[in-house]
Design a protein around this ligand. Structure first.
Ligand SMILES: C[S@@+](CC[C@H](N)C(=O)[O-])C[C@H]1O[C@@H](n2cnc3c(N)ncnc32)[C@H](O)[C@@H]1O
Length: 288
Protein backbone atom coordinates (compact mmCIF):
# COMPACT_ATOMS: atom_id res chain seq x y z
CA UNK A 1 0.00 0.00 0.00
CA UNK A 2 1.19 3.49 -0.70
CA UNK A 3 1.89 5.75 2.24
CA UNK A 4 -0.59 8.59 2.47
CA UNK A 5 0.02 12.03 3.83
CA UNK A 6 -2.57 13.00 6.40
CA UNK A 7 -3.00 16.70 7.01
CA UNK A 8 -3.36 17.33 10.71
CA UNK A 9 -3.89 20.83 12.00
CA UNK A 10 -3.97 21.85 15.63
CA UNK A 11 -6.94 24.19 15.70
CA UNK A 12 -6.07 26.14 18.78
CA UNK A 13 -2.44 26.73 17.86
CA UNK A 14 -2.65 27.44 14.19
CA UNK A 15 -6.08 29.03 13.71
CA UNK A 16 -7.32 29.37 10.17
CA UNK A 17 -5.84 27.16 7.55
CA UNK A 18 -5.80 28.44 4.01
CA UNK A 19 -4.82 25.05 2.64
CA UNK A 20 -8.12 23.57 3.67
CA UNK A 21 -9.79 22.82 0.37
CA UNK A 22 -12.68 20.72 1.44
CA UNK A 23 -15.83 22.71 1.88
CA UNK A 24 -18.38 20.73 3.76
CA UNK A 25 -21.41 22.27 2.21
CA UNK A 26 -23.47 19.53 0.62
CA UNK A 27 -22.46 19.16 -3.02
CA UNK A 28 -24.33 21.18 -5.61
CA UNK A 29 -24.42 20.20 -9.26
CA UNK A 30 -21.94 22.38 -11.12
CA UNK A 31 -20.35 23.61 -7.90
CA UNK A 32 -16.66 24.15 -8.61
CA UNK A 33 -15.86 23.00 -5.08
CA UNK A 34 -16.74 19.49 -6.19
CA UNK A 35 -13.32 19.47 -7.81
CA UNK A 36 -11.83 19.40 -4.35
CA UNK A 37 -13.96 16.72 -2.85
CA UNK A 38 -15.10 13.22 -3.49
CA UNK A 39 -18.31 13.04 -5.49
CA UNK A 40 -21.40 12.42 -3.42
CA UNK A 41 -22.42 9.43 -5.49
CA UNK A 42 -19.11 7.56 -5.64
CA UNK A 43 -19.40 4.35 -7.63
CA UNK A 44 -23.17 4.46 -7.68
CA UNK A 45 -24.60 5.10 -11.11
CA UNK A 46 -26.15 8.54 -10.99
CA UNK A 47 -28.72 7.68 -13.61
CA UNK A 48 -29.90 4.49 -11.94
CA UNK A 49 -33.23 4.51 -10.18
CA UNK A 50 -31.43 2.73 -7.35
CA UNK A 51 -28.68 5.32 -7.19
CA UNK A 52 -28.81 5.53 -3.42
CA UNK A 53 -28.20 1.87 -2.86
CA UNK A 54 -24.80 0.34 -2.67
CA UNK A 55 -24.11 -1.11 -6.07
CA UNK A 56 -22.78 -4.44 -4.98
CA UNK A 57 -21.88 -5.44 -8.49
CA UNK A 58 -19.24 -2.73 -8.26
CA UNK A 59 -18.67 -2.61 -4.55
CA UNK A 60 -19.40 -6.26 -3.81
CA UNK A 61 -15.91 -7.54 -4.31
CA UNK A 62 -14.69 -5.02 -1.78
CA UNK A 63 -17.73 -5.37 0.44
CA UNK A 64 -17.12 -8.88 1.64
CA UNK A 65 -15.39 -8.08 4.87
CA UNK A 66 -13.82 -11.05 6.49
CA UNK A 67 -14.97 -12.43 9.81
CA UNK A 68 -13.11 -11.40 12.93
CA UNK A 69 -11.62 -14.83 13.49
CA UNK A 70 -9.70 -14.73 10.23
CA UNK A 71 -8.36 -11.24 10.93
CA UNK A 72 -7.19 -11.40 14.50
CA UNK A 73 -3.53 -12.25 14.12
CA UNK A 74 -0.53 -10.06 14.67
CA UNK A 75 1.85 -10.95 11.86
CA UNK A 76 2.76 -8.67 8.99
CA UNK A 77 0.49 -10.49 6.57
CA UNK A 78 -2.54 -9.82 8.77
CA UNK A 79 -1.61 -6.14 9.06
CA UNK A 80 -1.65 -5.82 5.31
CA UNK A 81 -4.94 -7.77 5.29
CA UNK A 82 -6.36 -5.20 7.69
CA UNK A 83 -5.19 -2.39 5.44
CA UNK A 84 -6.92 -4.06 2.50
CA UNK A 85 -10.08 -4.48 4.52
CA UNK A 86 -9.99 -0.80 5.49
CA UNK A 87 -9.65 0.15 1.84
CA UNK A 88 -12.62 -2.11 1.10
CA UNK A 89 -14.68 -0.30 3.74
CA UNK A 90 -13.56 3.02 2.34
CA UNK A 91 -14.61 2.14 -1.21
CA UNK A 92 -17.89 0.79 0.05
CA UNK A 93 -18.54 4.00 1.98
CA UNK A 94 -17.67 6.06 -1.11
CA UNK A 95 -20.23 4.13 -3.14
CA UNK A 96 -22.99 5.51 -0.88
CA UNK A 97 -24.13 9.15 -1.04
CA UNK A 98 -22.45 11.05 1.77
CA UNK A 99 -19.84 13.59 2.72
CA UNK A 100 -17.25 11.81 4.87
CA UNK A 101 -14.41 11.05 2.54
CA UNK A 102 -10.64 10.66 2.18
CA UNK A 103 -8.35 11.14 5.16
CA UNK A 104 -11.14 11.89 7.63
CA UNK A 105 -12.83 8.65 6.56
CA UNK A 106 -9.58 6.73 7.02
CA UNK A 107 -9.21 8.21 10.50
CA UNK A 108 -12.72 7.08 11.45
CA UNK A 109 -11.86 3.57 10.26
CA UNK A 110 -8.64 3.58 12.25
CA UNK A 111 -10.24 4.94 15.41
CA UNK A 112 -13.17 2.55 15.27
CA UNK A 113 -10.82 -0.38 14.86
CA UNK A 114 -8.68 0.76 17.81
CA UNK A 115 -11.58 0.85 20.28
CA UNK A 116 -11.81 -1.91 22.90
CA UNK A 117 -13.97 -5.02 22.69
CA UNK A 118 -17.65 -4.26 23.10
CA UNK A 119 -17.16 -0.65 22.04
CA UNK A 120 -20.19 1.61 21.80
CA UNK A 121 -20.14 4.07 18.92
CA UNK A 122 -22.80 6.69 18.23
CA UNK A 123 -23.31 8.50 14.94
CA UNK A 124 -25.60 11.52 15.09
CA UNK A 125 -26.85 11.96 11.53
CA UNK A 126 -26.51 8.86 9.36
CA UNK A 127 -28.37 9.70 6.14
CA UNK A 128 -27.70 6.90 3.59
CA UNK A 129 -25.21 5.08 5.86
CA UNK A 130 -21.97 6.13 4.20
CA UNK A 131 -20.37 7.24 7.50
CA UNK A 132 -21.93 4.28 9.29
CA UNK A 133 -19.97 1.89 7.07
CA UNK A 134 -16.74 3.56 8.22
CA UNK A 135 -17.65 2.96 11.86
CA UNK A 136 -19.28 -0.47 11.60
CA UNK A 137 -16.87 -2.08 9.11
CA UNK A 138 -13.93 -2.14 11.56
CA UNK A 139 -16.18 -3.39 14.36
CA UNK A 140 -17.23 -6.30 12.22
CA UNK A 141 -13.57 -7.02 11.55
CA UNK A 142 -12.91 -6.84 15.29
CA UNK A 143 -15.91 -9.05 15.98
CA UNK A 144 -17.52 -6.88 18.66
CA UNK A 145 -19.14 -3.54 19.30
CA UNK A 146 -22.27 -1.70 18.15
CA UNK A 147 -22.76 1.45 16.10
CA UNK A 148 -25.86 3.32 17.20
CA UNK A 149 -27.25 5.48 14.40
CA UNK A 150 -29.40 8.43 15.43
CA UNK A 151 -31.31 10.12 12.61
CA UNK A 152 -34.83 11.29 11.95
CA UNK A 153 -34.55 9.63 8.52
CA UNK A 154 -37.04 12.12 7.12
CA UNK A 155 -34.60 14.40 5.30
CA UNK A 156 -35.07 17.26 7.76
CA UNK A 157 -32.29 19.33 9.30
CA UNK A 158 -30.81 22.82 9.02
CA UNK A 159 -32.29 25.12 6.39
CA UNK A 160 -29.25 25.01 4.14
CA UNK A 161 -28.93 21.23 4.05
CA UNK A 162 -32.55 20.18 3.53
CA UNK A 163 -32.78 21.02 -0.22
CA UNK A 164 -29.60 19.01 -0.74
CA UNK A 165 -30.98 16.02 1.17
CA UNK A 166 -34.15 16.26 -0.91
CA UNK A 167 -32.19 16.47 -4.14
CA UNK A 168 -30.06 13.45 -3.29
CA UNK A 169 -33.07 11.35 -2.23
CA UNK A 170 -34.94 12.34 -5.39
CA UNK A 171 -31.89 11.53 -7.48
CA UNK A 172 -31.70 8.13 -5.82
CA UNK A 173 -35.26 7.37 -6.93
CA UNK A 174 -37.32 8.90 -4.12
CA UNK A 175 -38.99 7.04 -1.29
CA UNK A 176 -38.02 6.63 2.32
CA UNK A 177 -34.51 7.54 3.46
CA UNK A 178 -34.67 4.81 6.10
CA UNK A 179 -35.15 2.18 3.37
CA UNK A 180 -31.98 3.35 1.63
CA UNK A 181 -30.06 3.25 4.90
CA UNK A 182 -31.30 -0.22 5.84
CA UNK A 183 -30.65 -1.64 2.38
CA UNK A 184 -27.15 -0.17 2.20
CA UNK A 185 -26.16 -1.56 5.58
CA UNK A 186 -27.72 -4.93 4.82
CA UNK A 187 -25.98 -5.15 1.44
CA UNK A 188 -22.71 -4.25 3.11
CA UNK A 189 -23.13 -7.13 5.53
CA UNK A 190 -23.06 -4.69 8.43
CA UNK A 191 -26.68 -4.61 9.59
CA UNK A 192 -26.04 -6.73 12.66
CA UNK A 193 -23.37 -4.29 13.86
CA UNK A 194 -25.76 -1.36 13.72
CA UNK A 195 -28.71 -0.30 15.85
CA UNK A 196 -30.98 2.44 14.54
CA UNK A 197 -32.62 5.04 16.78
CA UNK A 198 -35.02 6.92 14.58
CA UNK A 199 -35.85 10.35 15.98
CA UNK A 200 -34.44 13.74 16.88
CA UNK A 201 -30.94 13.67 18.38
CA UNK A 202 -31.92 15.44 21.61
CA UNK A 203 -35.04 13.30 22.11
CA UNK A 204 -33.12 10.03 21.69
CA UNK A 205 -30.48 11.27 24.15
CA UNK A 206 -33.13 11.68 26.83
CA UNK A 207 -33.69 7.91 26.74
CA UNK A 208 -29.98 7.06 26.51
CA UNK A 209 -27.94 5.64 29.38
CA UNK A 210 -24.75 3.94 28.08
CA UNK A 211 -21.22 5.29 28.16
CA UNK A 212 -19.92 6.00 24.66
CA UNK A 213 -16.47 5.14 23.25
CA UNK A 214 -16.77 7.17 20.05
CA UNK A 215 -19.26 9.94 19.26
CA UNK A 216 -19.50 11.17 15.66
CA UNK A 217 -21.50 14.40 15.40
CA UNK A 218 -22.88 14.95 11.89
CA UNK A 219 -26.57 15.87 12.23
CA UNK A 220 -28.12 19.34 12.25
CA UNK A 221 -25.46 21.78 11.03
CA UNK A 222 -27.06 24.97 12.34
CA UNK A 223 -25.52 26.65 15.39
CA UNK A 224 -28.49 25.83 17.63
CA UNK A 225 -28.82 22.29 16.28
CA UNK A 226 -25.13 21.47 16.66
CA UNK A 227 -25.10 22.81 20.23
CA UNK A 228 -28.24 20.88 21.11
CA UNK A 229 -26.78 17.59 19.89
CA UNK A 230 -23.46 18.22 21.60
CA UNK A 231 -25.00 19.17 24.94
CA UNK A 232 -27.28 16.14 24.81
CA UNK A 233 -24.65 13.56 23.84
CA UNK A 234 -21.20 14.68 24.99
CA UNK A 235 -21.92 13.91 28.68
CA UNK A 236 -22.17 10.21 27.74
CA UNK A 237 -18.67 10.15 26.25
CA UNK A 238 -16.26 8.13 28.39
CA UNK A 239 -13.03 9.60 29.70
CA UNK A 240 -10.58 8.66 26.96
CA UNK A 241 -13.45 8.42 24.47
CA UNK A 242 -13.22 9.95 21.00
CA UNK A 243 -15.29 12.89 19.79
CA UNK A 244 -15.43 13.46 16.03
CA UNK A 245 -17.14 16.62 14.77
CA UNK A 246 -17.74 16.65 11.04
CA UNK A 247 -17.82 19.77 8.90
CA UNK A 248 -15.80 21.79 11.39
CA UNK A 249 -12.82 23.07 9.38
CA UNK A 250 -12.14 26.81 9.37
CA UNK A 251 -13.94 27.69 6.16
CA UNK A 252 -16.40 30.11 4.59
CA UNK A 253 -19.71 28.59 5.54
CA UNK A 254 -23.15 29.60 4.41
CA UNK A 255 -24.77 31.52 7.30
CA UNK A 256 -26.01 29.16 9.98
CA UNK A 257 -24.44 26.15 8.31
CA UNK A 258 -21.39 26.62 10.52
CA UNK A 259 -22.79 25.00 13.68
CA UNK A 260 -20.13 22.33 13.99
CA UNK A 261 -17.35 24.82 13.31
CA UNK A 262 -18.66 27.14 16.06
CA UNK A 263 -19.06 24.17 18.37
CA UNK A 264 -15.41 23.22 17.96
CA UNK A 265 -14.25 26.79 18.49
CA UNK A 266 -16.22 27.22 21.70
CA UNK A 267 -16.33 23.79 23.29
CA UNK A 268 -13.53 21.54 22.09
CA UNK A 269 -10.48 22.68 24.00
CA UNK A 270 -8.13 21.75 26.81
CA UNK A 271 -8.44 20.76 29.60
CA UNK A 272 -11.73 19.00 28.77
CA UNK A 273 -10.21 17.52 25.61
CA UNK A 274 -6.75 16.42 24.51
CA UNK A 275 -5.16 15.50 21.21
CA UNK A 276 -7.40 17.92 19.32
CA UNK A 277 -6.74 17.79 15.61
CA UNK A 278 -8.43 18.52 12.31
CA UNK A 279 -8.27 15.95 9.52
CA UNK A 280 -9.91 17.08 6.31
CA UNK A 281 -13.12 18.64 7.65
CA UNK A 282 -13.46 16.58 10.84
CA UNK A 283 -12.17 17.65 14.24
CA UNK A 284 -11.09 14.74 16.41
CA UNK A 285 -10.50 15.02 20.16
CA UNK A 286 -10.06 12.76 23.14
CA UNK A 287 -12.17 13.46 26.21
CA UNK A 288 -10.11 13.88 29.37
C1 LIG B 1 -24.92 15.37 6.89
S1 LIG B 1 -26.11 14.10 6.99
C2 LIG B 1 -25.21 12.77 7.74
C3 LIG B 1 -24.15 12.22 6.84
C4 LIG B 1 -23.51 10.95 7.34
N1 LIG B 1 -22.97 11.09 8.68
C5 LIG B 1 -22.40 10.53 6.41
O1 LIG B 1 -21.22 10.52 6.83
O2 LIG B 1 -22.70 10.18 5.26
C6 LIG B 1 -27.11 14.66 8.34
C7 LIG B 1 -28.26 13.74 8.69
O3 LIG B 1 -28.74 14.11 9.98
C8 LIG B 1 -30.16 14.21 9.95
N2 LIG B 1 -30.56 15.18 10.99
C9 LIG B 1 -30.55 16.53 10.91
N3 LIG B 1 -30.94 17.08 12.08
C10 LIG B 1 -31.21 16.05 12.91
C11 LIG B 1 -31.67 15.96 14.26
N4 LIG B 1 -31.90 17.07 15.00
N5 LIG B 1 -31.84 14.74 14.81
C12 LIG B 1 -31.60 13.62 14.08
N6 LIG B 1 -31.16 13.64 12.81
C13 LIG B 1 -30.98 14.83 12.21
C14 LIG B 1 -30.46 14.66 8.54
O4 LIG B 1 -31.81 14.44 8.19
C15 LIG B 1 -29.45 13.81 7.76
O5 LIG B 1 -29.96 12.54 7.49
Amino acid sequence: MQARRVKIICLHKCGANDNTQISHDPPVAGDHRLQHRAPAFGAVHATSRNAGYVNLREAGRVARLRTAASCVTTNARSMSDDAEQFEACLRLSESIPGWTRGDEARELLRLSSALPDGAILVEIGSFFGSGTVLLAGPRRLRGSGVVHCVDRFDGTGDAFSVPHYERIIKHAGGGALRDYFDTNLRNAGLAEWVQVHQGAADAIARRWASRIDLLFLDGDQSRAGAQLAYQAWAPFLKAGGILAVHNSAPDNYTPDHDGNRCLVEHEIRAPQYANIRLISSTTFAEKK
